[in-house]
Design a protein around this ligand. Structure first.
Ligand code: MTE
Ligand code: MO
Length: 253
């Protein structure tokens, strides 16, 4: 794309130059850092573009023959929490997914109940921010169907996934907006590559949000919480790695 048409596209989409950003921040009385302006613009831009012109776009799906012969694990591969271990020992028979926060009908769903809901299977590519990718097959229930059953309240804007594993005592958590939560490829996966979801990959339930990077794919999910703002979640940036090492909250690919 030529420089001129790219600028025209950005203008047309209402995406003006950093001057606007500065103006907005000045109005709030805060002066953004160099990092916020220069490095943060990539996240800001990709979020805006995805939401403006691609909110329904699907991530690429692949054929069975294209699946990676092996799919590595990353991050935590087995929660240390006593509660999770007890569930693992009994095949997750008494495990429940709790759905709460800004909902009218809080849920407590067993694995069997989740498996009884309409399922979706997809073969997609997982891209980790550390530079590796793998193509795998995931089966699960669309997150949107679970949220519809829980009946989100009008104030709900984000969905937080609370996980069973921890780093130095802080449980892993992630969050996505409602556009991604209701995207057809966003599923709560209990199956991988035709079998049960292996422990290393997040048993009994993990998120697949296919248009974002690996760290958004929360494993070992215990609870889903609908919230109005991310400020009260963790240290306020919406996810464990966002809060600790400054990864982008919107990790669009
Ligand atoms: N609960 C939890 N979810 C997590 C992580 C983690 O450590 N804990 N690591 C993330 C990262 S960085 C990646 S790349 C993927 C790895 O998924 P996999 O182990 O199935 O390959 O899980 C993501 N989800
Ligand atoms: Mo990752």
């Amino acid at each position: 794309m030529s420089g001129v048409s790219r600028r025209a596209l950005l203008r047309g989409a209402g995406l003006a130059a950093p001057g606007l950003l500065l103006g907005g921040c000045d109005a709030l009385g805060a002066s953004p850092s160099f990092r916020d302006i220069v490095l943060g613009t990539g996240e800001w831009l990709s979020y805006r573009v995805h939401r403006l012109i691609g909110s329904e776009a699907l991530a690429r799906e692949f054929a069975p023959a294209e699946m990676s012969p092996s799919f590595r694990t990353n991050g935590n591969t087995e929660p240390r929490s006593a509660a999770w271990r007890a569930h693992a020992d009994t095949g997750f028979a008494d495990w429940r997914l709790d759905v709460g926060g800004l909902v009218d009908a809080p849920l407590s769903l067993s694995l069997a109940e989740l498996k009884a809901m309409p399922a979706r299977t997809q073969i997609t590519r997982h891209d980790c921010v550390e530079g590796w990718s793998a193509i795998g097959q995931w089966t699960g229930v669309p997150l949107g169907a679970v949220l519809a059953q829980a009946r989100l309240q009008p104030a709900a804007r984000y969905v937080v996934l609370h996980c069973a594993d921890d780093f130095d005592g802080t449980a892993y958590y992630e969050s996505i907006d409602l556009v991604d939560a209701f995207h057809p490829q966003t599923i709560l996966a209990y199956g991988m590559n035709g079998g049960d979801l292996p422990v290393g990959h997040g048993a009994p339930l993990r998120l697949r949000v296919e248009r974002q990077l690996g760290y958004k794919q929360a494993k070992f999910i215990m609870r889903i919480e609908a919230v109005a703002l991310l400020g009260a979640v963790g240290r306020g940036k919406g996810g464990f790695w966002e809060d600790t090492v400054g990864y982008d909250w919107y990790a669009g690919i």
